[in-house]
Design a protein around this ligand. Structure first.
Ligand code: MN3
Length: 248
């Protein structure tokens, strides 16, 4: 009979007190899978905290939209993944990044819900309340100028990608395999990290163009949402994403 490892003990403790949900990203359990039955019952995926209030992005995004988007839409992806993991112990041991990278080899439900979980976790982090949004780093600003001509030209092209995405999906600014910036869009809850993405790369910035992201304030006017959304972008985080994508 093997003894519990440290991570097994922590998992048991977390389950016992019932409050210490793992924080995103849910990472693969590197050591001693199934060190105890209790460890296997810990829910592998969890809804991340926003880090700001539901009203913090108004008026660009209203509080009710944020509340529904986070507590209902994002929660549904997490719940579905956890339910799927109950039937498939292998799934429980994988990070959302691993699920996304192998989305094309998964059932549609896993592709959609892992994508939804990854995309929304990313999305909350690249927006911020007033006073915490910062500016593009000099490196990012220079790369945007070089690739798109100017910040205004970049924003226009990004908005065009968002309005041009038929139905539901996402617009993205990515760093491609040549370490160059590029704009792309994906359908549904796909993203550029997926093996099935038409254009692959590391997301630096992304905007959700599903109707649930904007309909309460903007109704059918997706273009108005896309243009107002720049007001809430967390350029400090986006600049970090850019630096990290270059370093990878
Ligand atoms: Mn959404």
């Amino acid at each position: 009979m093997r003894r519990l490892t440290t991570s097994g003990s922590i998992a048991v403790l977390a389950l016992t007190i019932g409050a210490l949900a793992p924080t995103f990203p849910a990472t693969a359990q590197q050591s001693a899978p199934a060190a105890s039955e209790a460890a296997a019952q810990t829910e592998p995926f969890s809804l991340p905290e926003l880090g700001y209030g539901y009203d913090a992005l108004a008026p660009a995004i209203d509080a009710k939209t944020m509340e529904l988007h986070h507590s209902k839409h994002h929660q549904a992806f997490v719940t579905t993944l956890n339910n799927a993991a109950k039937d498939d112990p292998q799934l429980a041991g994988q990070s959302v990044e691993e699920l996304v990278a192998t989305a094309g080899q998964r059932p549609a439900a896993i592709r959609n819900n892992a994508g939804g979980h990854w995309n929304h976790t990313f999305f909350w982090q690249i927006m911020a309340p007033e006073g915490q949004r910062g500016e593009p780093s000099p490196e990012l600003a220079a790369a945007i100028d070089e690739t798109f001509g100017s910040m205004d030209e970049f924003k226009k092209a990004f908005q065009t990608a968002g309005t041009g995405r038929f139905g539901s999906g996402w617009a993205w600014l990515i760093v491609d395999s040549d370490k160059k910036l590029a704009i792309t869009s994906t359908p549904n809850q796909d993203n550029p990290l997926m093996d099935v993405a038409e254009t692959r790369g590391t997301p630096v910035l992304g905007n959700d163009v599903w109707e649930h992201a904007y309909y309460l304030t903007y109704n059918n006017r997706r273009a108005d949402y896309l243009s107002a959304w720049w007001d809430v972008v967390n350029w400090t985080k986006v600049s970090e994403n850019y630096a990290q994508a270059l370093a990878n």
